[in-house]
Structure formats: structure tokens, C-alpha cells
Design a binder for this molecule. Structure first.
Ligand code: 5GP
Length: 266
């Protein structure tokens, strides 16, 4: 398969056309951002950790009957995917209260949410991804009521599958974000599922194993990604360079970032 023209560049991934009809190529770059791009860095190997974990999750979900856009890995950072018409929704499933719902609502961090809470945001950085409700989603013609029902069912199924898989590795799936797309009438899980889009806590120590390490300067983010990727995929980790972070622009501190709009995100 040949990589062709660039179709889209996001904050951490680039999407290319290919010479195969209906197939796109997603490149997981080494860029990492938080707080609506207010904090930015390039971290060596980061793309390959997220690509590897995403491929592992997508394959596992496919084996368990969830349709995803994943086709195959072309190399450590490049994934061949089914071309979808993406639905601009960020579908977040929350098993434990953390992050924006603790900032925005009177939840105490760490409170179990049973049943899990689904929150759907409008994917639009310029509006800081505002939270939607079912009526708004239908009124904005982002999805039909039947599609929305299907998306929620799929989101909960993915949550059950991944929570169980991660629990076996001693990891709690606190919350995570999914994006879906259509091909014809079929809804597929798209985008990525990785440490950038999940909140993962070590079951024993409560340690953050995800992008919160970067967001809130909790430690060496690449050492964490390396360890957690190896733990999830059960493949050996890579040697982590002593100084993995190559600052691109001046990173804002977590304190400065916290001053930003409470809903600002990665
Ligand atoms: P929160 O709303 O608490 O900031 O995020 C909830 C979960 O969804 C977290 O696991 C977070 O990483 C993920 N998430 C929310 N918005 C985005 C986003 O715009 N990009 C990515 N990669 N993940 C997001």
C-alpha cells in the first residue's frame, strides 16, 4: 500500500490517502498536547506506544464482535484503516469520577459511577468541545436517534470489554473517549484508543498511567507510556531515552493550564 496525499492533520495524528480505494493511513506522530493545545511537546517514541496500544485494543474488540476501522499496522507508527465518514462526537464513558466531571459537577474524585456515565461532547476545538444532549445531537443532525442508540450501546460494550481486559493487567479503566464514523449504514469505532484518550489507574497504587502524567507533570510521561504499553500488549518495552521530552513550544505549567476554561482538553 502506498501513502498518498495528506488528508487531515490533527494534534497528534495525520491521516493520508492511499492507493487502495476506501483505505486511509493514520500516522501516530510523536506530538503530545493538552489543554486545547495550550501545552505541547514532541516525545520520542510516543506515536509508536499509542499506535501499538490502539492496534491491540482494536484487534481485541474486533475479535469480540465490535466493528472498528482498524485493518493492519504498516509499521510501528502507521496504521491502515477503513475510510469512514466521521461523526463529530466525542463519546466518553466514565466508570469513576475524575477529570472534567469533578471540575464541573459536585462529584468527589474516585467515586465509582455505576452504571457507567456516558457523556457526549461536540468535537469542535474552537468551541472547546461543548457537552451535548440527545436532543441537541439530533437537532444538529449529527446522528439520528437510531444511530445515537447504536453508538451508546457500542460505547458501553467497548467499555465492558476493555475494562475486563485491563483489569486482568491490574489496571482500572477510569474513563475514555471514543469517536465513531459511518460507512454506508454501518457505524464503526474509529480514531484511536490509547493512553492519550483514556484515564488509567494502577489498581494497587492508584498511580496515573495515562496522559494525566503529562497534563499535570506527574512524572516521566514516556517512561509511563512505555511501561503501560508493555503491560497492556504484553510485549517488551523499548529503552527510554534519559531525556525523552524535546520541548516544541514553551509548555504552560499545570497551574497556568488549570486557569484555562475548565472544559479545555487535549
Ligand atoms: P475529561 O472530560 O475528564 O477531560 O476527559 C475524559 C476522558 O476522555 C479522558 O480519558 C480523556 O483523556 C478523554 N478525552 C476527552 N477529550 C479528549 C480529546 O479531545 N482528545 C483525547 N485524546 N482524549 C480526550
Amino acid at each position: 500500500m502506498k501513502q498518498k496525499k495528506l488528508l487531515y492533520t490533527g494534534k497528534a495524528k495525520s491521516v493520508y490517502h492511499t492507493d487502495v480505494k476506501g483505505t486511509l493511513l493514520v500516522e501516530f506522530r510523536d506530538d503530545i498536547t493538552a489543554f486545547d493545545g495550550g501545552k505541547k511537546d514532541t516525545l520520542k517514541n510516543k506515536g509508536s506506544y499509542n499506535a501499538g496500544v490502539s492496534a491491540f485494543f482494536f484487534s481485541y474488540l474486533e475479535k469480540n464482535g465490535v466493528k472498528t476501522h482498524f485493518l493492519e499496522m504498516l509499521d510501528e507508527k502507521r496504521m491502515a484503516v477503513r475510510e469512514l465518514s466521521m461523526i463529530p462526537l466525542e463519546v466518553i464513558v466514565r466508570n469513576i469520577a475524575a477529570g472534567s466531571i469533578v471540575r464541573n459537577y459536585p462529584f468527589k474524585e474516585g467515586t465509582p459511577l455505576k452504571p457507567p456515565v456516558i457523556v457526549i461532547d461536540y468535537k469542535d476545538d474552537s468551541r472547546h468541545d461543548p457537552m451535548l444532549n440527545d436532543e441537541l445531537i439530533v437537532a444538529l443532525k449529527l446522528a439520528t436517534p437510531a444511530e445515537l442508540k447504536k453508538i451508546k450501546t457500542l460505547a458501553l460494550r467497548v467499555n465492558t470489554l476493555l475494562s475486563g481486559l485491563l483489569a486482568k493487567q491490574g489496571i482500572t479503566l477510569v474513563d475514555f473517549k471514543m469517536e465513531f464514523g459511518r460507512q454506508g449504514k454501518t457505524i464503526y469505532l474509529g480514531d484511536e484508543i490509547s493512553m492519550d484518550s483514556m484515564r488509567l489507574w494502577d489498581k494497587k497504587t492508584g498511580e496515573s498511567l495515562d496522559k494525566d502524567v503529562y497534563r499535570f507533570n506527574k512524572g516521566d510521561v514516556m517512561a509511563t507510556y512505555n511501561r503501560v504499553a508493555a503491560r497492556i500488549t504484553k510485549k517488551p518495552g523499548k529503552p527510554v531515552p534519559a531525556k525523552a521530552a524535546v520541548p516544541k513550544k514553551t509548555s504552560k505549567t499545570a497551574a497556568a493550564a488549570k486557569k484555562r476554561k475548565s472544559h479545555a482538553k487535549a
